[in-house]
Design a protein around this ligand. Structure first.
Ligand SMILES: C[S@@+](CC[C@H](N)C(=O)[O-])C[C@H]1O[C@@H](n2cnc3c(N)ncnc32)[C@H](O)[C@@H]1O
Length: 242
């Protein structure tokens, strides 16, 4: 997943990052300002440029794959959508009967998610949306999901976030990350490939084996894997079970 129009200078690999201390504040600031405008457009259905269209298509494919894996009838299933954004996944999960809690670091994203929910369904508080960063989420859920969030963090932070998400989940954990593949590493070196640097935030690619090692250490076994690649969107989607 590279859900950004990326320039070489803002793509980082987990291997060459020494500190991710400020990433959370940078991400919060981004998704409360230019990032909010940008992602609201991408997750909407109005006209977008070709990069945004590719990200919209890839992201929708990710959401559809998660819905397919989880199934049609989710009555009685509790789900945590960590970094829920505008609720693109939380809302269809609630429609399938799940009790959904969506959390996001950005006040703007959560404000808009609540508006979308209230416009779509006036008589329910499901999904419940709340401003909360991943590592401050509490509770226990049957399923914990974290889509297109880990791209913002270096591996050391991803490890902490996954440990926390793992502690919240009773049985399933689903996540995406941007893969660090030789192909993308070459593209990264081709200057003009990722346009629109001014509209981006920092992004980190991760090796599949590093993410798998973290999950295994936390006691998870991979149960589903999908590679979702479009022109400007590259994601690895994992589902793990205990
Ligand atoms: C690219 S959007 C994806 C939104 C949603 N998961 C989806 O797939 O539609 C990334 C979201 O992650 C949120 N986010 C980033 N870091 C976070 C953190 N540490 N805790 C909670 N939310 C975070 C951002 O505010 C943003 O809404």
């Amino acid at each position: 997943m590279l859900p950004f129009a990326m320039s070489p200078q803002n793509i980082n690999s987990s291997a060459n990052i020494t500190s991710g201390k400020n990433d959370k504040n940078i991400v919060r600031e981004y998704f409360n300002n230019t990032g909010f405008e940008r992602w609201q457009k991408i997750y909407g259905d109005g006209p977008v440029n070709r990069v945004q269209q590719s990200i919209r298509t890839g992201h929708q494919q990710t959401v559809d794959t998660v819905l397919k894996w989880l199934g049609e009838d989710l009555s009685g299933v509790s789900i945590c959508d960590a970094g829920c954004g505008l609720g693109s996944l939380s809302l269809p999960l609630a429609e399938r009967g799940a009790q959904v809690s969506g959390f996001d670091i950005s006040e703007k994203m959560i404000g808009e998610a609540i508006q979308i929910r209230n416009t779509a369904c006036t008589s329910t508080q499901n999904p419940h949306f709340e401003v909360r960063e991943v590592e401050a989420i509490t509770g226990k859920y049957d399923v914990v999901i974290c889509l297109d969030v880990l791209i913002h963090y270096p591996l050391e932070d991803v490890e902490k976030m996954l440990a926390h998400l793992s502690s919240l989940s009773r049985s399933r954990l689903l996540l995406t990350f941007a893969p660090k593949t030789p192909f993308l590493t070459i593209l990264k070196k081709v200057g003009g490939f990722f346009p629109g640097a001014s509209k981006t935030t920092r992004a980190y690619q991760h090796r599949e084996k590093d993410i798998l090692a973290i999950l295994q250490k936390l006691g998870w076994t991979l149960s589903h894997r999908a590679a979702i690649d479009d022109k400007f969107y590259f994601a690895r989607l994992f589902e793990a079970k205990r």
